[in-house]
Design a binder for this molecule. Structure first.
Ligand code: SLL
Length: 275
């Protein structure tokens, strides 16, 4: 019999995993309506849950980070006007494609992998079929795809050990908050590219790395040095100017006092331009 999975929770540890969810919709081409769509339907649409889109170094399209190592399946609850309105998607891509005529709220329920011991979580997405921002008339005329996409993060608080290992050993890099005292664990230090922390080196698909972070810190330190030097220079210049001013006051000030009647001296000092 296999040993029971550990249920020990890692105190003070939180792991965030980002994802996007949303919908894309496009009106039927009147000249080429899908034959299988009911006559009152006007749009084809898709609702989805995906990892964060990544692009390669040339900025080209487009994959997304893997979310299936923590997300087991996704249930989309459509409007009751749809046949079989509860759609369970058991593996990626986590999406449902449909046709329809109206907008409505879709309940999206996340089921996490069994190792997580986490309960399902639900969020809502408002399906958009009609343009709602920008040049609406133009978008209608062009039959532009209407997208409504949100960024979200799931937070696993004090995950059980096997799930922590799974998250830190088998997925894309993401954010991690460490336990009190900034202590890291063996899994976080495994040196694998797939970790809860950012990878040590950049590659084409991922520009976020410890290497880049280090370079950025060097650049910041350089900039701080530069600013400190500028401050020193400014101070030196200020001292020199003050000296000059004191000198001028000694020489010119006396002259001014001699030539200008009392009531005008003040105005001259205030820069009143009386002279
Ligand atoms: C509305 N409250 O009135 C919304 C409901 C329902 C959308 C929208 C087609 C379903 C079917 C469909 O688009 N339902 O296959 O009949 O706008």
């Amino acid at each position: 019999m296999p040993a029971p999975a550990s249920t020990k929770r890692l105190r003070g540890v939180q792991i965030h995993r980002p994802f996007i969810f949303g919908s894309e919709a496009i009106p039927f081409d009147p000249a080429n309506r899908p034959r299988d769509a009911p006559t009152d339907h006007t749009h084809r649409w898709r609702v989805f849950v995906r990892g964060i889109p990544t692009s390669n170094s040339a900025g080209q399209q487009q994959q997304s980070t893997d979310i299936s190592h923590w997300l087991k399946k996704v249930q989309f609850k459509l409007h009751d006007t749809y046949a079989n309105s509860v759609r369970m998607v058991e593996s990626p891509p986590f999406e449902v494609e449909e046709t329809g005529w109206g907008e409505f709220e879709i309940a999206i329920k996340f089921y996490f992998v069994p190792e997580s011991g986490e309960k399902p979580q639900q969020l809502w997405h408002a399906l958009k079929l009609h343009p709602y921002t920008g040049d609406i008339e133009r978008q209608k005329a062009d039959r532009t795809t209407v997208k409504s996409v949100c960024y979200e993060e799931v937070v696993f608080s004090e995950p059980v050990e096997p799930f922590y290992d799974l998250l830190t050993g088998g997925g894309e890099a993401g954010g991690q908050t460490r336990g009190k005292g900034g202590k890291s664990t063996k899994a976080a230090n495994s040196g694998s590219l797939k970790t809860a922390e950012i990878p040590s080196k950049s590659n084409g698909a991922n520009v976020w790395s410890k290497e880049e972070e280090g370079k950025e810190l060097d650049r910041l330190a350089e900039a701080v040095k530069k600013v400190e030097k500028m401050i020193v220079d400014e101070k030196a210049q200020l001292v020199a100017e003050e000296k000059k001013l004191a000198q001028l006051e000694k020489t010119e000030g006396k002259l001014l006092k001699k030539r200008i009647p009392n009531n005008m001296q003040e105005a001259a000092m205030l820069g009143g331009g009386v002279l």
